[in-house]
Design a protein around this ligand. Structure first.
Ligand SMILES: *[C@@H]1O[C@H](CO)[C@@H](O)[C@H](O)[C@H]1NC(C)=O
Ligand SMILES: *[C@@H]1O[C@H](CO)[C@@H](O)[C@H](O)[C@H]1NC(C)=O
Ligand SMILES: *[C@@H]1O[C@H](CO)[C@@H](O)[C@H](O)[C@H]1NC(C)=O
Ligand SMILES: *[C@@H]1O[C@H](CO)[C@@H](O)[C@H](O)[C@H]1NC(C)=O
Ligand SMILES: *[C@@H]1O[C@H](CO)[C@@H](O)[C@H](O)[C@H]1NC(C)=O
Length: 687
């Protein structure tokens, strides 16, 4: 029987129960008016009826709600937060019964390339190289597990180190090398961090290769990683679904079909595979109340319209400089480690409406879906008698998602009545959690309302842009930490000598690599005063995902900086053929890094210097001889005041320039002329 048929059959019996309910109403006057009152029935609002019933069997298994760290470098600034703020932020994201209480953490498998808001380091920069302590995703996974041991972990590559493609910008040239690279990451997670990776992806939003997926499955099984499930292909529904329907071995190899930004819909061919369907990347919307509305709508409707049983937000936390792409498209905003300021945004609490009251492994009920006057309802059960109902009435205007426009639809105020059947018939009380988004002023988000006493049925009066959770689960909590410190700009006087000794991270605080990878480095030989440095470590162009520049560059500071003095010791290693630079007023990051402008002060391996107004070194302002040689340390100073600038090398003024047609403001930066080894020390900014 179709769910609709079930519903109409039941409706007949339900009308009788409705009459019964009317007689019960006099006993319910004490409920808060918003929830359930006689007023509900006296009003002329349209009323519709729904059943919460498990007798027709249950629908799909719920796989959980998650967030993506990476794709790319979206958690970059989070790791530098001082305590207690860093732990507080992690609590809001991961701690059960506290905030977003996420079920899934999906991380980027760093591949050295630019993947939207920066690069993340690979565990294998070079052939034969292995290091499972680079970057911050290991740390983040451990922090998530510490708070919720049941959290599911997903790894997915965006870019790959260059050697994987043996010269070609393509990761499937030798599928078994790529599979070994990915399986090594999973084994390293276990060996060095005791992390069990639950799911592994193919290549984010790029081509999949059938042969590669089969080899990956075989290699996982050979390494006793049978329990690691494959998600494919983190892109569109159709190509992977059709391939799976035509190929039994591929069908067996893939456990989950993950589509990105599906706009709450799936396709018949995906359904035909009988696999779990996930929105494996979604949301990507500014995290104000409209972002909250988008998230509330898709969390319900990805299942209601598209049978999807997991939705994962890009991104987990907006921890990148605000002028990078997709500012604040995270569940939470934490972009000021220097002040400790962070903001728990609407999507955190919208997430809580689902995550605190249903767990992976619960199943959806078949008997609810769209509401007659707009909005939607999902209901889930643990099969042990617990019931969680989540209702959203997001208006079109206040729930637009950035990447998926929905054509206009109407939602109106309405009264809805539920009848409880099957296992749920005997329930006498439901906890109530409520949010109101949409038109300002709104200040009610994830509020606990008095429990609702029920007797086989209950009604709610719904307004626009509301979310209700009605549940038997009593452990819900709106967690809170003390108000974080005030927002402050990046310090105008900032120094780093990179003498860290035992940092848990491979990168220096606040440097946001945009092409190349900059890591703490310890010089073997006794290099006076420069034992500990920061080093650009790539010697080959990665298999790009975004747009890597031909030069390497790491930005730092404040995009509003105008007048600035940058002092930095630089070292061209023996293998360097290009050169090394420091820069100010660097204006473009992320996928636009190739065309970044600014004031770039270069010294080259051939003994010359140049001042350029672009990273690509096409717009040369000054050039001449510097006398600088390989394998020597030099102190460079770049001083920019208003429309003039000068550069010094070891206390000698090398050049002075008048600046024309330049960006008026931008970050400070360091980098190299190509993918080559160069070192930096005693970095100092005065802005
Ligand atoms: C309900 O009825 C009143 C009086 O007839 C009318 O003013 C009001 O607009 C109606 N409300 C709705 C939501 O239809
Ligand atoms: C999916 O399940 C249906 C019903 O059990 C079955 O007829 C169909 O062959 C299955 N499809 C695949 C691709 O296994
Ligand atoms: C509901 O869930 C709680 C907590 O997981 C559990 O203790 C209880 O047995 C479940 N069943 C019912 C009917 O409450
Ligand atoms: C969505 O609609 C807005 C406004 O109508 C438009 O600017 C934007 O390009 C659309 N986005 C997509 C992904 O279609
Ligand atoms: C020195 O090297 C740089 C970078 O390769 C190049 O742009 C420049 O033309 C060279 N200068 C001389 C004098 O060879």
């Amino acid at each position: 029987m179709s769910p609709l048929k079930v519903w109409t059959n039941r409706l007949r019996g339900l009308l009788l129960q409705w009459l019964l309910l009317l007689s019960l109403l006099s006993a319910t006057g004490s409920f808060r008016s918003k929830i359930f009152t006689k007023h509900v029935l006296r009003s002329n609002l349209s009323t519709s009826f729904y059943v919460l019933d498990d007798t027709p069997g249950l629908d799909r298994v719920f796989d959980g709600i998650g967030g993506v760290s990476g794709g790319g470098a979206t958690s970059r600034l989070l790791v530098n937060y001082p305590e207690p703020y860093r732990s507080e932020i992690l609590d809001y994201l991961f701690k059960p019964n506290f905030g977003a209480s996420l079920h899934i953490l999906k991380v980027e498998i760093g591949g050295d390339g630019q993947t939207t808001d920066g690069t993340e380091p690979s565990h294998m920069h070079y052939k034969g190289d292995e290091n499972y302590f680079r970057g911050y995703e290991w740390w983040l996974m451990k922090e998530a597990k510490k708070r919720n041991p049941n959290i599911k972990l997903i790894g997915l590559p965006w870019s790959f180190p260059g050697w994987i493609g043996s010269g070609k910008s393509w990761p499937y040239d030798s599928p078994s090398i790529t599979a070994l690279y990915i399986v090594s990451w999973i084994l390293g997670a276990k060996k060095y961090h005791n992390l069990d990776i639950d799911y592994i992806g193919i290549w984010n939003e790029r081509s999949f290769d059938i042969q590669y997926i089969k080899i990956l499955r075989k290699m996982l099984n050979q390494k006793d990683l049978d329990r690691v499930k494959i998600i494919a292909s983190d892109n569109l529904w159709l190509p992977i679904s059709i391939s799976m329907l035509l190929d039994d071995e591929l069908l067996d190899a893939v456990d989950v079909i993950g589509a990105h930004y599906p706009g709450t819909h799936t396709v018949q061919d995906a359904l035909k595979t009988n696999k779990s369907l996930w929105s494996s990347e979604d949301y990507s919307t500014f995290n104000n109340e409209v972002g909250g509305g988008c998230w509330a709508r898709i969390l319900n409707q990805n299942f209601v319209n598209g049978h999807m049983t997991s939705t994962i937000a890009w991104n987990l936390v907006s921890s990148y400089y605000p002028q990078l792409l997709f500012e604040r498209d995270g569940l939470l905003t934490a972009k000021e480690p220097w002040s400790g300021h962070y903001a728990v945004e609407a999507p955190i609490w919208i997430t809580a409406h689902t995550t605190q009251f249903a767990q992976p492994g619960w199943r959806y009920l078949k008997t609810v879906g769209h509401l007659f006057n707009g909005g939607s309802c999902v209901a889930l059960t643990d099969g042990l008698g617990n019931l969680t109902v989540i209702i959203e009435t997001m208006s079109h205007q206040y729930s637009q998602c950035h990447k998926t426009n929905v054509s206009f639809y109407q939602v109106s105020e309405q009264v809805i009545t539920f009848f409880l059947q099957g296992t749920f018939k005997e329930l006498t009380m439901l906890q109530v959690w409520y949010s109101k988004l949409g038109k300002k002023p709104w200040n009610e988000i994830f509020q606990q309302l008095p429990p609702l006493k029920i007797n086989g049925a209950f009604s709610l009066r719904l307004d626009l842009d509301e979310v209700y959770t009605l549940t038997t689960i009593t452990t819900g909590q709106k967690g809170s930490h003390p108000t974080p410190p005030e927002s402050r700009p990046f310090p105008s006087n900032f120094e780093d000598n990179f003498n860290v000794g035992n940092s848990p991270f491979s990168a220096a605080p606040h440097f946001a690599d945009q092409t190349g990878v900059f890591e703490y480095f310890t010089n073997d030989q006794n290099m006076a005063g420069h034992g500990f440095t920061l080093r650009q470590v790539l010697n080959q162009r990665p298999i790009s995902w975004g747009e890597d520049a031909d030069q390497t560059i790491s930005i730092i500071g404040d995009h509003n900086w105008r007048d600035i003095k940058i002092t930095c010791d630089v070292y061209m290693e023996a293998t360097m053929t290009g050169g090394i630079f420091i820069a100010g007023r660097v204006n473009k990051p992320g996928s636009f890094i190739q065309s970044a402008q600014g004031v770039f002060f270069w010294i080259f391996a051939n003994g010359s210097y140049a001042v350029t107004s672009d990273l690509e070194t096409k717009m040369v302002m000054k050039t001449g001889s510097s006398g600088a040689k390989l394998e020597n340390w030099y102190t460079l100073i770049l001083n920019i005041r208003d429309s003039s600038a000068y550069g010094m090398l070891n206390n000698r003024v090398l050049w002075k320039a008048q600046l024309k047609h330049l960006p008026r403001n931008g970050w400070a930066a360091i980098g190299t002329h190509s993918f080559e080894f160069g070192q930096f020390d005693n970095f100092h900014i005065q802005a």
